[in-house]
Design a protein around this ligand. Structure first.
Ligand code: CMC
Length: 396
């Protein structure tokens, strides 16, 4: 026999009815969710300074490696020498692409955008992951580790194909950043290039509720799986207002280089209300601390090569955009110059962001799954008022 509903039941039903009849027109609304706290996280914070799980990012960029940071983000604590060695060996073992995924990458025409190919490649990897449909923290950590190992292979294989070169075998013994550069260029990098790549990966790894991470959390909140969440995140990162900015920064720098007058170019661009890629940020209104760190490496690489032209162009643009618009550069501004100085082409810049950010996304997928509530906000309706339906035959 069913029990009589308790008074709380009526309260809950009453509250639900109330929510359904809220006057949405008078509810506070923040376009782009600016300033809205949409959830809690223990993964990173950007108040005062950027920290990953409590550690200052400038300290991590100064002393840790990307793999230590990846382990910190995924597992919650910095690894010991032993746990780091285990993590590296698991990654090495997972560093292989299923043949059908390799074939798929070869079949996609070379003109296709490299982020589209990466999105398709990651989605296809799901079908070959033995734990794809398995739920729970351990299975998700394994999926995240496989993605961290396999995404660089997709990025490098596709990049070399676009450059007209055959893929090169991964050499995990070089270390994550050096191996990445080896697989992209077919050359073992100098220590400076290796460290600069490693630092860029550390800085790109995580950034609380940015658009792509939020996309991953929304997908996870429906009870969907890691691969679906990461595929959605790649789609969100591709946009020029987010990760897609770094490759466009190089287009700007090249355009200015060809024109030969950085000051005239930037003044004209601002007068035409053109959005300058690599400047501005939704949260950092006084400057992106990551950009300051990476700028130092851009200098070092330029000095090493003896070619300071890009740095000088960047300085002029930076000075004028700051003075005229009050906008400081974001991380994508120096990263484009850094990757260019390493001899890389712009089509790989945003995929390199994915190589690193997959760690942050996966950490958020784990966190969302462990303390889940469906993410389902409301909207304010601004369409036509209630109107009467007119049957098709009477509409002419
Ligand atoms: N160039 C010129 N004007 C700009 C720029 C820019 N890069 N960024 C913002 N503004 C102006 C904008 O036109 C607006 O001016 P007004 O008030 O006169 O209309 C004002 O600044 C506020 O802009 P907003 O778009 O409302 O600011 P937001 O917080 O929504 O934008 C942003 C943040 C990152 C989308 C924007 O700064 C932008 O489009 N930047 C260029 C793209 C970019 O570099 N993205 C990378 C972001 S950080 C790393 C990452 O996620 O990859």
């Amino acid at each position: 026999m069913g029990r009589n509903p308790r008074p709380q039941h009526f309260l809950v039903v009453g509250l639900r009815r109330l929510v359904e009849t809220i006057d949405m027109a008078n509810e506070p609304y923040f376009p782009g969710l600016e300033g809205v706290i949409a959830g809690e996280t223990a993964i990173s914070s950007i108040e005062g300074e950027l920290r990953y799980r409590g550690y200052s990012v400038s300290e991590l960029a100064g002393s840790a490696t990307f793999l230590e940071v990846a382990s910190l983000l995924l597992h919650g604590e910095l690894p010991t020498s032993e746990t780091l060695a285990d993590f590296q060996s698991v990654l090495s073992e997972a560093a292989e692409l299923p043949d059908p995924v390799r074939t798929l990458l070869e079949e996609i025409p070379v003109h296709v955008d490299s982020m589209d190919v990466l999105r398709t490649g990651v989605s296809a990897l799901a079908q070959f992951d033995p734990q794809c449909d398995e739920e729970g923290r351990d299975a998700d950590l394994n999926k995240a580790t496989r993605l961290l190992a396999q995404i660089p292979l997709i990025v490098a294989a596709r990049y070399r194909m676009m450059q007209g070169y055959p893929p090169v075998e991964s050499k995990p013994e070089l270390g994550f950043a050096a191996n990445l550069l080896w697989m992209l260029t077919g050359k073992e990098p100098s220590l400076l290039h290796e460290r600069a790549m490693d630092v860029s990966l550390i800085l790109y790894a995580e950034h609380e509720f940015n658009a792509s991470t939020f996309a991953a959390r929304v997908v996870t909140s429906t009870g969907s799986d890691m691969y679906s969440a990461i595929t959605a995140a790649i789609g969100a990162l591709k946009g020029p207002l987010h990760g897609g900015a770094n490759e466009r920064v190089l287009e700007v720098l090249k355009e200015v280089q060809e024109m030969g007058d950085a000051e005239a170019w930037v003044r004209e661009a601002l007068a035409k209300k053109r959005r300058i890629m690599g400047f501005g940020h939704r949260v950092y209104k006084n400057g992106d601390p990551r950009a300051v760190i990476l700028r130092g490496y851009c200098r070092e690489l330029a000095e090493e090569s003896g070619d300071m032209e890009m740095e000088e162009i960047a300085d002029t643009i930076e000075r004028i955009v700051r003075t005229e618009k009050g906008l400081p550069p974001n991380l994508d501004w120096p990263s484009a110059r850094l990757y260019h100085a390493m001899g890389l082409e712009p089509e790989v810049f945003t995929p390199l962001f994915v190589v690193s950010r997959v760690v942050g996304w996966a950490a958020h997928v784990l966190e969302q799954s462990e303390s889940n509530r469906l993410i389902r906000p409301r909207s304010r309706y601004n369409g036509p008022a209630k109107r009467k339906f007119v049957p098709l035959a009477q509409r002419d």
